[in-house]
Design a protein around this ligand. Structure first.
Ligand code: PHE
Length: 344
């Protein structure tokens, strides 16, 4: 009987080794530990054995039962682990798992401010259009009263693309003003338009200069437009962007395509006028150039300067969030540093 028990034990463990799924495991359990198993029968028949054999056989049978039960539990665990790690099974969709959060991007601070500026002008009845980054010398300079040897070309460190395309020169626009010409060639007054877009200059970069930056060009042409209209429009813009309290400075400047020309500056938010790196220690930050469209420019696009007048302005876009948030380096905008971009 003892030998029978030991053989039974060895055989059961041997079979268990070969079990590789839970269905087989259940069959194994019924076979070796179930009510009709040999082991159970032996345990049940202990009472019928001769007295002197009972303790030995009983002890061994019980011990075997215990080890088989614990081997069964172990095997169960192993099978479960294998199930979880098998690629075929784990690839099945478990709809009870919580979803994985997808990272959501956001608008670049420049885009955000461009949208804000466009909204201000849309509310004033301006139309929004865009123009090409690659321009002809004619639109960028000539038509704006800056002929080839005009000293004002010095104002714009130009990135040339081709200097001779059938006698014409091509460049990366140094400002959005060429769109004034394109717009006036295309449309007759009344014109009210703004043009958001990139401009390029071949310049050494520093905290306030980038070789690529954004501008918003504005143009209004109609009968009876005066400098007061320009001033009112720009003051309104400044109030919308910076609030009622911020100081706005309006003074003379020179641009060949306007007469008179003006410049608008805002009291520096970084130092409240005391002077800091952001404002070049002047207390003011220039945000735009503007003026009344030069009569020669109007005449060039066949708009009669005796009948019509207009104003134009060009706004430096990055300056605005810089003022708003006290960002003291324009290079941060286009260096793709997520630690910076995530703050907006
Ligand atoms: N285009 C000028 C610049 O980039 C700004 C400007 C636009 C000035 C329109 C007057 C009128 O500096």
């Amino acid at each position: 009987m003892l030998k029978q028990l030991r053989d039974l034990h060895a055989q059961a463990l041997d079979e268990l080794d070969k079990v590789d799924n839970s269905r087989e495991l259940e069959l194994w359990r019924v076979r070796h530990l179930g009510k009709k198993s040999t082991l159970t029968e032996i345990l049940r028949s202990l009472a019928t054995l001769p007295l002197e054999e009972r303790p030995k056989i009983g002890a061994l049978a019980n011990e075997i039962k215990k080890t088989l039960e614990s081997s069964l539990e172990e095997k169960k665990k192993l099978l479960q682990e294998a199930l979880l790690s098998s690629p075929q099974k784990s690839a099945r969709l478990d709809v009870t798992l919580p979803g994985r959060a997808l990272p959501i991007g956001r608008l670049h601070p420049t885009t955000q401010i461009l949208n804000e500026i466009c909204d201000v002008f849309k509310n004033m009845g301006f139309q929004v259009i865009e123009g090409p980054d690659v321009e002809w010398d004619y639109y960028n300079f000539e038509a704006l009263n800056i002929p080839e040897h005009h000293p004002a070309r010095e104002m714009f460190a130009t990135l040339w693309i081709d200097t001779d395309v059938g006698g014409k020169a091509r460049l990366l626009r140094t400002h959005t003003s060429p769109m004034q010409i394109r717009m006036m060639e295309r449309e007759r007054p009344p014109i009210r338009v703004i043009v958001p877009g990139r401009a390029y200059r071949y310049e050494a970069t520093d905290a306030t200069h980038e070789s690529m930056f954004y501008q918003v060009e504005g143009l209004a042409v109609d009968k009876g437009i005066t400098l007061a209209d320009l001033k009112g429009t720009l003051f309104d813009l400044c109030r919308c962007l910076f609030g009622e309290e911020r100081k706005v400075r309006f003074r003379c400047d020179y641009f060949p395509f306007v007469e008179p020309g003006v410049e608008v500056a805002i009291g520096c938010s970084g130092c409240d006028g005391a002077g800091c790196r952001l404002c070049g220690y002047s207390g003011w930050i220039e945000i735009l150039g503007a003026g009344m469209v030069h009569p020669d420019v109007l005449a060039r696009v066949d708009i009669d300067p005796e009948l019509y007048s207009g104003f134009a302005f060009g706004l430096g876009v990055e300056r605005i969030p810089m003022l708003h948030y006290g960002i003291d380096d324009i290079r941060l905008f286009y260096s793709n540093d997520l630690r910076f971009l995530r703050q907006f």
